[in-house]
Design a protein around this ligand. Sequence first.
Ligand code: FES
Length: 604
Amino acid sequence: MSQRVDLRFNDRPVRVPLGVTLFDAASWNGIAIDSTCGGHGTCKKCRIRFKADAPLPTSLDLRAYTAQEIKDGWRLACRTPATTDADIEVPPLTTRPKAATVGVGRQVILRPAVIKRYLELSEPTLTDQVTDLERVLAELADLNPAPDLAVLRTLGGTLRRADFKVTAVVADETLIAVEEGDTSGRVYGLAFDLGTTTVVAALLDLTTGTPVAVESMLNKQQPFGADVIARISATMLDPAAGDKLRQLAQDTLAELSHAVLKAGGVPPEEVYEVALAGNATMVHLVLGIDPEPLGVAPFIMAARLLPEVRAGDLGVPAHPQARAVVFPAFGAYVGGDITAGLLASGMDRDPRVRLFIDIGTNCEIVLGGRDWLLATAAPAGPAFEGASIRCGMRAADGAIEAVTITEDGELKLTVIGDTEPAGLCGSGLVDAVAALVEAGVIDSSGRFVRDADVAPGLAGRLTMIGKERVFVLHWSADRDPASSVYLSQRDIRELQFAKTAISTGWQILLEEAGLTTEDVKQVLLAGSFGSYLSAKSAIRIGLVPDVGPRRIVAAGNVAGEGAKMALLSVRDRAAALALLEEVRYVELSDRPDFNDRFIDQLGF
Ligand code: FES
């Protein structure tokens, strides 16, 4: 079965991981669904309608809807998993929300840093000589904002053109704008997840907390290398590379901003705040800060907390006075994206012990809960992105994303886009190795067994390309292994090293905390790769602890969700800052026992 399903929400096509709730699927894609309980099944407001082939109603659906409504396809979005392709109607929001659902079921009480207030001021006279600024500030006494010189420069003209009917814009206790007329209903923010590979932008309506539009694209820095080390090295080799990388990151943010602003019909001047979550290298590069010290021991960041940054410093089109909240990093290799991810997944509030894993070339791992948090980073390498794999490719059309072997020994492949297989993406690689280990084609040391020892249905697929043993997943028309899609012995080694780097990381964190696998109540897999990974296969190869597949949860793009939370709530923004003090970083590279543990974990 495919790991993804194609949905249409109000005729907008989106592709989501199999099994996520339709509530999460919609909110990850910027489609607002009514809710006051945050997807916990208690408010019964998350109404959606299947235009055809509605799934069987749950007991909660039967309580929430009339028999006719059930027949018409109405279901509760937060109780309905995405199991097949579907065409869905989402009704418009009925109430102006006071809270928004963000991240992993987090309810955020709306309290953005940006506040707009419509003012009808009395006009000055010869006997009322109060200055323009004092006249405005008198109406904002409860907010007590500091004035900005840029506002003062144009204030006189604005007040008089608007007959003293204006809207004051206060952000973070500063009066950043006075606008003509009543614009209080139009307040927007842009939230970015600036990834090394993919960048995501969400345009948020800060008056309702609802996402207006979401877009993503590849980071334009790609030609400088796939991972952060390659990009840092580029700046060390060529003094001009830093500027180019800054420009490319800013161009990516600008292009995405224009796309979401266009989709939402919002002019840039109505964006009053920006939030950005990214790893430490991305944040250094986009702000034009020399990243070299991040790339060489002892791996030092320029700063954990940055000086004030404006949207313009990131190249983002926005109101000229718009500030940017840039998430602080714990360290050179546990960046602001992880701070944002922890915020969005509520790691700091949940009393349960949970394990948060963000799988990428650099894998960040956090263990803990409300009372303590331990973090580390493990260099997993590019195997999960398909980069070091012979037939590896990105998760695009033609990529094998799931592999199963039936009890009769028959190989079944699921291919993105239902086309001819062209390669293997990260989730397909994990699945292929897990299935072949299970079927006895790969032994516990990671070696292919002899062809004679495999099930009849799989025999003949184990062959040689040059001096290397390979297992052919999909034969080419000419049945030449070299032009087929295959898994090589070297690919298995790459995956073994990657999964072992990660499992050694969480094992060491468990040991530091004096806990065992049984104490872990949930594993959260962050990021897009984590969303498409088969929990069963991840357990089978030892990538994640065996807590049972149901306790392994795809958390989605939690970095981007954390950035949204920072825009919607000053309280949550402060909580993200507090995390810096709450997380203890455990360095793996200087542990004398690291190599022994690594070797212990290497097998399947
Ligand atoms: Fe409240 Fe679904 S979101 S019941």
